[in-house]
Design a protein around this ligand. Structure first.
Ligand SMILES: [Fe+2]
Length: 190
């Protein structure tokens, strides 16, 4: 019986056979090396975490193997106890889905007011564009969370802390040029 694809193929796979698609669009956890040096804040105690890259580029690291992104990038974050990330924003929404352990996700106003949500396995939160957010592992066990960003092209995250933002070399560049700059720094966007 013949089958009909009701939607056109994405241009990237028009000329690929199924074997090629399956090979290029699959990544296995065992083949990914955790990267502890992705983010501008991850050299500071309390913000140390490792990224496993799955779909889409890590900012400044196109050489790291990843599944080509359409409109969404996906990574998995390993967060040791006592670690997390600094309050920040993105130009698009970001989704956290906890795979293992527990995590406190926070939203902040510019005046410092903070609201927290405690998440466990299978819990999910979406951080809307421009809303200051972050997470912290306040437990005794490491946490793994899946991170999805609704953007094909990686962009620098915007740190809410003025000192942290100023200390970040790539952040000293006019933000209007960030999108098109070729970043070879070690820092990433998630
Ligand atoms: Fe974020």
């Amino acid at each position: 019986m013949s089958k009909v694809a009701r939607h056109p193929r994405h241009p990237a796979v028009v000329n690929m056979n199924l074997e090629g698609i399956a090979q290029r669009y699959t990544i296995r956890f065992a083949d990914i090396k955790p990267d502890w040096n992705v983010f501008g804040d991850s050299n500071y105690d309390g913000y140390r975490r490792a990224q496993f890259r799955y779909i889409g580029e890590t900012l400044g690291k196109p050489e790291i193997r990843h599944i080509p992104a359409g409109a969404t990038r996906l990574s998995v974050m390993y967060v040791p106890p006592g670690e997390g990330n600094a309050p920040h924003t993105h130009p698009v929404e970001e989704v956290f889905f906890v795979l293992k352990g527990n995590l406190t996700v926070f939203f902040e106003e510019e005046d410092g007011r903070r609201v927290e949500e405690n998440l466990g396995p299978w819990d999910c939160v979406s951080c809307p564009a421009g809303v200051i957010h972050g997470f912290q592992n306040n437990g005794l066990e490491p946490a793994y969370l899946q991170v999805m960003v609704g953007q094909k092209k990686p962009e620098p995250m915007g740190y809410a802390d003025v000192k942290l933002d100023a200390a970040e070399p790539r952040m000293q560049v006019d933000r209007g040029t960030l999108k098109d700059a070729l970043w070879v720094s070690q820092f990433g966007a998630v």
